[in-house]
Design a protein around this ligand. Structure first.
Ligand code: PLP
Length: 233
């Protein structure tokens, strides 16, 4: 068994245990294998071990890598998880099924424009600040509210809202990390109530160091890189 296959098995076991511990029965946690900085061979090794869902944060790197993997006849699903510049939206829409890092209205507009050109529907998550130290995500709740209300109004017919994403603060303080995940879950509840016609079922939270806490707090997608592929250079 390859190192990556062993790591995957180990992570999946821990995910399963955290699910059991949290007592959840529905909405099984999806594992997003974050392959950034790792080569196409690593993605292929993970695919061989049964992994189908991947995450990348830089578009150029993701395109080259996933075009190579797909040209070999595999069809992994890809989510974009890094901050996305407007001029990269076209390529992001081409290669990904979901953009988890939507943090401003202009990006929704550009994603819609590019998705409509190629007649593709694409999923999005809204990225939020939930810990003081994280820089990524919507900068104010007004901005988020405006983005969500425009989605509810039907302004973006090629975009499917799926939920929220966050990064916990970079700290050893487990309480702060947990608080950040609870904040995201509460926001989800609030928005789901206010916009019942939109789907906010996905909560993408938890990375190699904190995914078990995230699952206990309701994560439906965990984004794990290091624990699967090893340290990045
Ligand atoms: C790199 C990255 C991850 C994975 O981090 P690990 O600690 O290696 O598991 C998850 N989410 C985002 C947004 C990332 O940029």
């Amino acid at each position: 068994m390859s190192e990556i296959a062993k790591n995957l098995k180990n992570v999946l076991e821990k995910i399963h245990n955290a699910e059991k511990k949290s007592g959840r029965k529905e909405n099984p946690v999806k594992l997003l294998a974050v392959s950034k900085f790792h080569p196409a061979q690593s993605v292929l090794a993970a695919i061989e071990a049964g992994q189908t869902l991947f995450g990348e944060n830089r578009i150029q790197e993701a395109s080259a890598k996933f075009d190579a993997v797909r040209s070999q006849g595999f069809s992994p699903e890809l989510h974009i998880i890094g901050s996305l510049q407007r001029n990269k939206a076209k390529e992001a829409v081409r290669i990904a099924s979901c953009i988890e890092s939507v943090d401003r209205i202009e990006l929704l507009e550009e994603i819609e424009k590019q998705a409509s050109k190629i007649e593709k529907n694409i999923d999005v998550l809204f990225e939020l600040h939930t810990g003081e130290e994280s820089k990524a995500g919507f900068t104010s709740e007004e901005a988020l509210e405006e983005a969500v209300s425009r989605c509810a109004r039907g302004d973006f017919p090629h975009i499917e809202v799926k939920g929220f994403m966050t990064m916990a603060p970079f700290t050893d303080d487990k309480n702060l990390i947990r608080e950040s995940f609870v904040t995201l879950r509460n926001l989800r509840e609030k928005y789901q109530k206010k916009y019942p016609d939109l789907d906010f079922s996905e909560l993408s939270m938890g990375m190699s160091g904190d995914y078990e806490i995230a699952i206990e707090e309701g994560a439906t997608i965990v984004r794990i890189g290091t624990a699967i592929f090893g340290e990045r250079n």
